[in-house]
Write a protein of this length. Structure first.
Length: 232
């Protein structure tokens, strides 16, 4: 990647500066405690001299992971252990740390690339897909809503037509039965008048005529009314 070149160059410069500092401080032949070494924790606050042999701690025991002097490797507790010169140990540690920093930097670049490229692309794809899904949902709901509205309108019109039909039927029946009631009332009134005002002899003679006109008509209306009600 294009961004790796300046980072590697900077790390190389750092490595060269470290080596120059070692040469200036005399670490090429024997151990010398510098402020950077103390801060890095190599000596961890220990004395520069071996407590047992009062010699410079210029060696490092890899087996026990501690600083030792040259006598410790010969007559001390680290006989037969794997040891390394302190300067070489410091160089190895520093180089290892530099390598770790390089790897961490490269990993950071990969993560940054993943965030900026892959995740961003996925977020955009997600937004496009979500937008399309919303549009499809809106379209489907619109189709369903339109169908429901059409069905609602059709049912309302059917109800309206049925209401008008039944209402017209009721109006027709009301007019018919009103007319029948008026006819029945008139016939009854005439019969009552005849019954009240006609002499007995005339009533007896005219009975057949009355029965053939008003009575039969009133009975016909009454029977028709009763039959209609039963049928309903």
């Amino acid at each position: 990647m294009d961004l790796q070149q300046p980072i590697l160059s900077a790390l190389n410069v750092l490595r060269n500066e470290i080596r120059s500092a070692k040469e200036d401080s005399g670490l090429s032949g024997k151990a010398a405690v510098t402020s950077s070494d103390s801060e890095s924790g190599i000596f961890s606050g220990e004395s520069e001299l071996c407590v047992e042999h009062e010699s410079d701690l210029d060696w490092f025991c890899c087996s026990e992971q501690k600083l030792i002097c040259s006598h410790c490797t010969i007559v001390g507790s680290c006989q037969g252990h794997t040891v390394i010169a302190l300067a070489n140990r410091v160089t190895a540690v520093r180089n290892h740390l530099v390598d770790v920093c390089e790897k961490m930097q490269l990993q950071a670049l990969r993560i940054e690339h993943f965030i900026n490229k892959t995740l961003t692309a996925k977020e955009r794809a997600l937004q496009v897909e979500a937008s399309g899904a919303r549009e499809r949902v809106v379209a489907q709901v619109s189709v369903v809503r339109e169908a429901v509205e059409e069905e609602e309108q059709r049912l309302l019109e059917a109800v309206q037509r049925e209401e008008e039909r039944v209402e017209q039927c009721l109006l027709t029946q009301r007019a018919h039965w009103g007319q029948a009631l008026a006819m029945l009332t008139q016939t009854r009134t005439r019969l009552v008048h005849t019954l009240t005002n006609t002499p007995d002899i005339q009533l007896a003679v005219s009975r057949g005529k009355m029965m053939g006109t008003g009575w039969d008509r009133g009975r016909e209306v009454g029977e028709y009314s009763g039959g209609k009600k039963k049928n309903e």
